[in-house]
Ligand binder design. Sequence first.
Ligand SMILES: Cc1ncc(COP(=O)(O)O)c(C=O)c1O
Length: 397
Amino acid sequence: MPGFERFGKEERKEVQDVLDTGVLFRYGFDSARGGLWKAKSFEAEFAKRIGVAHCHLCSSGTSALSIALTSCGVGAGDEVILPPFTFIATIEAVLNAGAVPIFAEIDETLCLDPEAIEAVITPRTMAVLPVHMCGSMGRIDRIKAFCDKKGLILIEDACQAVGATLNGKAAGTFGDMGCFSFDPVKTITCGEGGAVVTDNKELHTTAEAYADHGHDHVGEDRGREGHLFLGNNFRISELNAAVGLAQLRKLNSILKKQRAHKKAIKDALAKVLGLTFRDLRDEKGDSATFLSFFLPDEITARQAAEDLGKAGVDGCFYWYDNNWHYLRMWDHLKALRSLAKLPVRLSEHCPDYQQLSLPRSDEIISRTLSLQIKLSWTKKEVSQRTDKILNVMRDLC
Ligand SMILES: Cc1ncc(COP(=O)(O)O)c(C=O)c1O
């Protein structure tokens, strides 16, 4: 997933532009900036690229989630349904909004199972927050239909899925709002950055204001701007936006390379009996940041991860034991360990996260391995890597 592998003169030029003007702030300073608006340019180009009406570029994927939740009116006591396979940021954003995270099972798409949402819905459910993990979407069309039917807000965590599509429609554009991350290890990066996209003009205006202390951004004199409501500072700097702008213009070539590398390895692995692949609803729309597959059981999967490591295959993730992306290892979350009392604790419906049981997700994740796809590999490196992976898998399966 690493856009940083592609840094070059384009990023340097965009950053130099900003340094030459001396304007690092994304708003105002109209005459000093000489017509250069890096954040605004990114927003216009990104919205066009993914086919959505509005984009707001902000400081991180985490802040994008907070902006989206608050802009959609999710707050104290509201329940938000989300998957246990994600990054902790998704859950932190819900907790920081004062809302209650409610976990539902995933399926073999490695994303939220639409049927499982129904099983945990309550009168307090306000929103559904599916996460497009490892570069691809699950059954988001079904989830969207379900949310429409039930009148629920749909916010997509597309932080790991920039460039992914389902039948031609981009990740992040199915729901009321979509959130992206451009942190240092994402497909394209701003250094740190994120984006909130929507087709709803009102939500976009609210999001822009909320991410900048509630300023209405009316008129050219910042000192005279009105305050619509209390907000936050989730602004991106022009320097970060400049890096992202250069990276965005490379997105198509990055995706092409990732897809070619993934295909070469996947075609070879398809011959291994006993190994099956992640359920991709639209293989062509996979952004191909990872190749994810299932082993027959937990013991074999854990052994495969160990053997791949010993064989020198780096970038292999066994999520079940990984303490970054699966609920099982998040003791701090299960105990709701925080610095100050979280509003969720005040809710009479606060779940006991220690007792949470998600057997289907455990069963799937305990058999899942994901191999990271890099851009910088040569053809020879891809082929050597494929041979190493095949050797390990043939011995095991
Ligand atoms: C699924 C998911 N959501 C949210 C985030 C948060 O993004 P950021 O690191 O830009 O805050 C990440 C980051 O890795 C992520 O993977």
